[in-house]
Design a protein around this ligand. Sequence first.
Ligand SMILES: [Zn+2]
Ligand SMILES: [Zn+2]
Length: 293
Amino acid sequence: MFLFDEGKNFYKGNLHAHTSMSDGRLTPEEVKALYAGNGYDFLAITDHRKCTADQDIYKNMLLLPGIELDYTMPLQVIHLLGIGMTRGVETAPWTSGPQAGIDAIRHFGGEAILAHPNWSLNTLEMILSLKNLAAAEIFNSTSRPPWNPDRADSTSLLDVAATHGLLLPTTASDDAHWYNGDACCSFTMVNAHENTALALTRALKDRAFYASQGPRFTQISYENDIVRVYCSKVRRVVFHTNAPYAPARCVEGDGIIYAEYALQPQWKETYIRVVLEDENSLRAWANPFPLMR
Ligand SMILES: [Zn+2]
Ligand SMILES: [Zn+2]
């Protein structure tokens, strides 16, 4: 089994950004110019409750339609990103609850992503109750100081969900509002045959992407109980599974570009998530996949 299709390309994009159309400090034009100038292949502007873009090209960057829906629940909030849908979502009955929001996004041709679950204080029960999410944000640049409490990284929460059987794919996004250090930090690499809204939305549906702050995956394979990882130079490769302890969980060294992890039956591992960390402590997260044993 190979996680990525080497006959396709990787496209770099940000799927979560705010502008002056809601509570962001830059105008849509300024945000587009910023990401295009930083080499992004695609961008979704996801203003609160506003579907801010039709499919478009800005310089060489693809603009995907985006929206962020929000719900206030007892002891937690739910924020949902909609990517790739039409404006009909704005007037759909999404306010009745988060599942209605996911359903509305999908009804109008998009895919739904659970934004910053750790920042939102989402419970396992809430995450498990949501059906048909395409992904969850495993890292959100803005969900940390100086803008927020230190809850940017949702890996442990999503590991709990994966241990309970929900293997949500993961994105990394900026969620920039202030544009004083919160932009162009975290991104999603989509494995698609072309940089079009149709191909990218399809890849989101097909789990063909990974999340990153910098390190790159080339390939991950799984065969005969061995997981093999090929990547850009990193100092650490970590294999997350449902087993709290298993030996050889972390591979460390200078300039690692290959690592492997041999599964052993006694640990009863059901899924795996590969996380990279480079010499600057920047990480990348592959989507979790099930282990057929
Ligand atoms: Zn949010
Ligand atoms: Zn947001």
